[in-house]
Design a protein around this ligand. Structure first.
Ligand SMILES: [Zn+2]
Length: 333
């Protein structure tokens, strides 16, 4: 049982250990999953995270769950508008694509947790002044080699708060759920904002998944928390900042995804298996065969443009939650 006595996001004490000894990312590691009855978040209680796991994840290039990021990174350089390509692949990037219309053309953008660097690069290609940072050295090496010299291997906590480091927009997609202390993380981002600057975050939306789910998310401690809209609202009000959160489907018609099929497919609790062994080798997933069959059917049927558009229309019209929470934060005037 955990010694944690309040929610790491909203700090309320209505918490309970939901699941003891949940199998972690690395074989032989286990975590207690704690539920907050106030904000609805699930999280693990831990004092530190072994960050060498990111060297494993980004060093292998074909890591399940991260392999698509590598594919994007490889593909982008041949494209005229890489951001549009990303936007048509995943709603995470669609949010960025939509949002940057509000920016000045010479805006300074920081991407925190840039991974292989493709999103930073796609913004650079549109003329913005960009910096991408990530704690995973293999990812930054890849980014520098492939895209150019606008990356740095460091954690946001070590980025100096100088006049040179003031940004009009700080983007951090799917990163906050990896942090130990989300308020501290967001507080640091605020210290790097220029006048009228804004922060754009995305994180998996827990309310998209089944209510009785335990952890339909990357295994802990890679993900340390699974958040709801209320979690973010509570955190923002604690930090005394302004927010705008979007969690409803929008008129989004991705070229590569059937959102309706995805909805019925990935809301299920995954198997309680570890992902890698102690040496960082990926453990065989049980469902490889069924996944291969699914991918075949998906290609032939669900990704047919007409079927996909009809399914996406149904999804956009009748489904209340998107898989991703899009969060904009800024200083109160
Ligand atoms: Zn909470």
């Amino acid at each position: 049982m955990s010694n944690q006595n309040s929610c790491i996001i909203c700090e309320k004490t209505e918490i309970e250990t939901l699941y003891s000894k949940y199998p972690g990312y690395v074989k032989g590691t286990f975590y207690d999953i704690i539920k907050c009855y106030n904000c609805g978040a699930h999280f693990i209680s831990t004092d530190s995270i072994d960050k060498s796991i990111y060297k494993v994840i980004y060093g292998r290039k074909n890591f399940s769950g991260y392999d698509r990021y590598y594919e994007y990174a490889k593909k982008l350089k041949s494209l005229e508008n890489p951001l549009k390509y990303l936007a048509m692949n995943e709603s995470i990037y669609y949010h960025v694509y939509n949002y940057i219309n509000t920016l000045d053309s010479n805006a300074k953008i920081l991407e925190v947790g840039c991974g292989y660097g493709y999103l930073t690069y796609s913004l650079q290609q549109l003329g913005y002044n960009v910096l991408g940072i990530d704690l995973a050295q293999p990812a930054i090496n890849f980014a520098k080699k492939n895209f150019g010299d606008f990356y740095s291997c460091l954690e946001v906590s070590s980025l100096k708060n100088t006049d040179d480091n003031k940004f009009d927009l700080i983007i951090s997609t799917e990163v906050i759920e990896h942090t130990l202390n989300p308020s501290e993380f967001v507080g640091k981002l605020f210290s790097l904002l220029g006048k009228n600057g804004k922060i754009l975050l995305t994180t998996p939306n827990k309310e998209y998944f089944k209510t009785n789910s335990i952890w339909v998310s990357t295994k802990p401690p890679v993900h340390t928390m699974w958040l709801t809209r209320k979690s973010i609202e509570e955190m923002a009000s604690k930090l005394d900042v302004a927010w705008n959160i979007q969690q409803n489907p929008f008129r989004y018609y991705p070229t590569y995804e059937n959102q309706l099929v995805r909805y019925f497919r990935i809301r299920e609790e995954p198997s309680f298996d570890h992902v890698v062994d102690e040496e960082g080798n990926q453990l065989a997933q049980k469902s490889v065969k069924s996944r291969r069959i699914f991918h075949y059917v998906k290609k032939q049927l669900f990704e047919n443009p007409i079927i996909r558009n009809i399914c996406n229309f149904v999804y956009n019209t009748f489904f209340p939650q998107d898989i991703t929470l899009r969060i904009i934060l800024w200083k109160k005037m």
